[in-house]
Write a protein that binds this ligand. Structure first.
Ligand code: NAP
Length: 245
């Protein structure tokens, strides 16, 4: 029970990778505060699954791109559990399109959820973590943030930005006992990738040395590893079947 007595806030914890992270940390003994954008049913299901593992859990509706809602999320976590030890910035969206035809609104939307959301959540917990002189922040980036991908200038920019923010925050907060790292998944079986046409999925496989898509649990184990280590900071851990090497 590596995380016994600790509290973890997981954004986008209702589905996919976030859900698997909630379960992995709950299995380790953490109290779980998960946020979600609108899928109440999925959020309640994940909350129940955490409780079935013996954890205390809270599900809070919160749009991470809204500073007021992020403040309320962290206040809810603190009033329920008194501290925030782990923050996993997992909430993320895609609005794909080629550069020449991408709508400005789709660029702004993705940057707001993926990049500004990560900034707002890190900012909101940093004061509490400094007070505790303890914190573990893990941000979800993507191999697309390292290598780029046609049709995803908005998403790639947001995920590259997450890496820059991770390293900067790691330098700022290291002296206060707080580590900040990023996990960069490759192609993982979730709702986000289920929307891809079968042909595009097949075309992708040769680019993955391990020859298969990853699972949400593969990513969750990497997140838990970084959340449980106090001597790794400012790093980007790829969980991608070897794609980005
Ligand atoms: P997913 O299955 O589409 O789930 C997205 C989660 O984020 C849901 O819980 C959703 O809540 C929540 N969310 C979306 N916008 C939000 C907002 N503005 N505020 C709060 N919550 C919000 O996604 P996933 O595939 O698990 O991806 C999780 C993270 O990993 C993302 O950051 C993604 O970019 C990254 N990633 C994924 C892959 C992959 O192959 N799947 C690869 C690389 C990186 P609702 O349930 O309420 O909608």
């Amino acid at each position: 029970m590596e995380f016994q007595g600790q509290t973890a806030v997981v954004t986008g914890g209702s589905r996919g990778i976030g859900r698997a992270v909630c379960l992995e940390l709950a299995r380790g003994g953490a109290n779980i505060v998960l946020c979600y954008a609108g899928n109440e049913e999925a959020a309640q299901e994940t909350k129940g699954a955490c409780e079935a593992l013996g954890a205390s859990a809270l599900a809070v509706r919160c749009d991470v791109s809204d500073a007021g809602q992020v403040g309320a999320l962290m206040e809810a976590a603190l009033s329920a559990f008194g501290r925030i030890d782990i923050l996993v910035n997992n909430a993320g969206i895609t609005r794909d399109g080629l550069l020449m035809s991408m709508k400005e609104a789709d660029f702004d939307w993705v940057i707001a959820a993926n990049l500004k959301g990560t900034f707002l959540c890190m900012k909101a917990v940093s004061r509490q973590m400094v007070k505790q002189r303890f914190g573990r922040i893990v941000n979800l980036s993507s191999v697309v943030g390292l290598r780029g991908n046609a049709g995803q200038v908005n998403y790639a920019a947001s995920k590259a930005g997450v890496i820059g923010m991770t390293k900067s925050a790691a330098k700022e907060l290291a002296g206060r006992g707080i580590t900040v790292n990023a996990v960069a998944p490759g192609f993982i079986e979730t709702d986000m990738t289920a929307a891809m046409p079968e042909k595009a999925r097949e075309a992708l496989l040769p680019a993955i040395p391990l020859g298969k898509l990853g699972t949400a649990e593969d990513v969750a184990r990497a997140v838990a590893f970084l959340a449980g280590n106090g001597y790794i900071t400012g790093q980007v851990l790829c969980v991608d079947g070897g794609m980005a090497m």
